[in-house]
Design a protein around this ligand. Structure first.
Ligand code: NAD
Length: 498
């Protein structure tokens, strides 16, 4: 093992000498160290922001046609390298190959949306707001933008941010998760091949000092963050205190309500897919199934039977449906939550701690786990577990289900399973959550809509990608212009009106 992942600054790997500190990168399926990643200190932060600042001087003036030709080239390169990117994700994150490929696809869709930037940046124009006076609006880039991203989508979440930021004329410093840092460097190389000028896209690796360096740097204009709620709050506060525009997406606890008239096979399939896909390490994973009492026994039995047929193994093995967790420490933490659920009196229907994966005894494994009769006071419900643990809570009415969800501090995603259009409509109207599914368990908006939760799942007022992304990465300007003929009207100290 000799691979070192280093920063990408000014269009090339960092040349400024060895890092003072490094992190360790593991293959979660084997538990073996696979690389070391350099951690940035103040010199590397300054170099990355400095390269981005210098590149902004010209990139902000790049014609829209130049920007789109680079974006289209990048789109084609990501498309043709999708297998390589997905394999890199699997080797460091552990998710299965099809899941990793899906993440690349969803990221690519944001690049495709950004290819339409000439249309998205169009302003408005009003002729003759006064005699020979016209008024029009522009949207202009902010400058150097930082993106700080979590481990669970090492390609997609960065691609929620940088395609639009760059298309809008900003330059970008990405600080990816230190747990699976390599996908970011592959994307940086593809930008280079696509013809993006040096310094427009930079990757700074590291942990808290790198993040703090970006949050407080005077030359960073805006910060996009995705990660856990405590860090999202911290990032939002610190960046705002330093005068930056900031959007900080946090953690989640996503509920799926199953009403008595739901198709129970569809609901059970959805609960298993959304609960255990990516080993539950998705911010839109379902972790609480809220079952109407009359169908709860039946639903639990159907989920249990489906879990028994799941194949857990290395993401590189074609028939694996669920891979390992990201680190040994995280696996142990999730196993601790399962123990807490048992102690609190929840009914453990399926215990994932018993899992053995043949040939890989040191991988960070934890099997799918199902609890029934969980109550809202139990930590297995109150904590964001971020692992393959599904809790069933039983309710007696529609109102009780909505009250439960609305009382939860998180508001990222939720879903209702029902055959009743009126109930679905009431649900979408009353639930205090940013992304709602109706018979759809993971309602992730397409690239042309915007992604974001409510309450403790988002700090700031802009969601990511879609038109809110364009808005976040630009600032508006309104010009009032007069090209008059004849008299200019002379001196008049009155307040101007039309
Ligand atoms: P995390 O909060 O630990 O880390 C996110 C980023 O913050 C990383 O780049 C990390 O290096 C940095 N960071 C960590 N600790 C820090 C500190 N003390 N000071 C400054 N920076 C710090 O999150 P994670 O474990 O990588 O990702 C999982 C979390 O992300 C979950 O809570 C999940 O719900 C959330 N998430 C949310 C969304 C969303 O859209 N709302 C999407 C994906 C993940």
């Amino acid at each position: 093992m000799s691979r070192t992942v280093t920063h990408w600054i000014g269009g090339r790997p960092w040349q400024g000498g060895p890092a003072d500190r490094q992190g360790e990168v593991y293959d979660p399926a084997t538990g073996r160290l696979s690389a070391r990643v350099d951690f940035a200190g103040p010199a590397e932060v300054d170099a990355a922001v400095g390269a981005a600042k210098e590149a902004f001087r010209t990139w902000r003036h790049a014609p829209l046609s130049q920007r789109t030709s680079v974006l289209f080239a990048f789109r084609d390169l990501v498309d043709s390298h999708r297998k390589e990117i997905a394999a890199m994700i699997t080797s460091e994150h552990g998710k299965v190959a099809s899941d990793a490929a899906g993440e690349v696809q969803r990221g690519l869709e944001v690049v495709e949306f950004a290819c339409g930037i000439p249309h998205l940046l169009k302003g408005s124009y009003s002729e003759n707001v006064s005699s020979a006076v016209d008024s029009y609006s522009l949207r202009q880039p902010l400058g150097v933008v930082a993106g700080i991203t979590p481990f669970n989508f090492p390609a997609m979440v960065p691609m929620w941010m940088f395609p639009l930021a760059i298309a809008c004329g900003n330059t970008f410093v990405l600080k990816p998760s230190e747990k699976d840092p390599s996908a970011a460097n592959v994307l940086a190389e593809l930008w280079e091949q696509a013809g993006l000028p040096d310094g427009v896209f930079n990757v700074l690796h590291g942990d808290k000092p790198a993040v703090d360096g970006l949050l407080t740097h005077p030359d960073v204009a805006a910060v996009s963050f995705v990660g856990s709620t405590p860090i999202a709050k911290y990032v939002h506060r610190t960046a705002a205190e330093h005068g930056k525009r900031v959007q900080a997406l946090g953690g989640a606890k996503n509920h799926m309500v199953v009403l008595p008239d739901a198709d129970l096979d569809a609901a059970a399939d959805a609960a298993v897919n959304a609960g255990f896909g990516s080993a539950g390490e998705r911010c839109m994973a379902i972790s609480a199934v809220v079952a109407a009492e009359p169908v709860a026994d039946d639903l639990v039995a159907r989920i249990r039977d489906r879990i028994a047929g799941l194949n857990v193994g290395p993401g590189t093995t074609p028939d694996s449906q669920m891979g390992p967790l990201i680190t040994r420490a995280h696996r142990d933490k999730v196993a601790g939550h399962i123990e807490d659920g048992v102690t609190a009196g929840a009914e453990l229907v399926t215990d994932g701690r018993r899992l053995n994966v043949e040939g890989e005894p040191d991988g960070f494994w934890l099997g799918p786990t199902l609890f029934d009769r969980v109550t809202p006071d139990m930590s297995v419900y109150t904590e964001e577990i971020f692992g393959p643990v599904l809790s069933v809570l039983r309710v007696d009415s529609f109102d009780e289900a909505v009250e439960l969800i609305n009382a939860n501090p998180y508001g990222n995603g939720t879903a209702v399973f029902t055959g009743d259009g009126r109930a679905a409509r009431r649900f979408q109207n009353e639930v205090e959550v940013g992304m709602v599914g109706i018979n759809v368990p993971i309602p992730v908006p397409m690239a042309y809509y915007s992604f974001g939760g409510w309450k403790d799942s988002l700090f700031g007022d802009s969601h990511v990608h879609g038109t809110e992304g364009v808005h976040f990465y630009t600032r508006g300007k309104v010009v009032t212009s007069r090209w008059h003929e004849g008299s200019h009207g002379g001196i008049d100290l009155g307040f101007p009106t039309a």
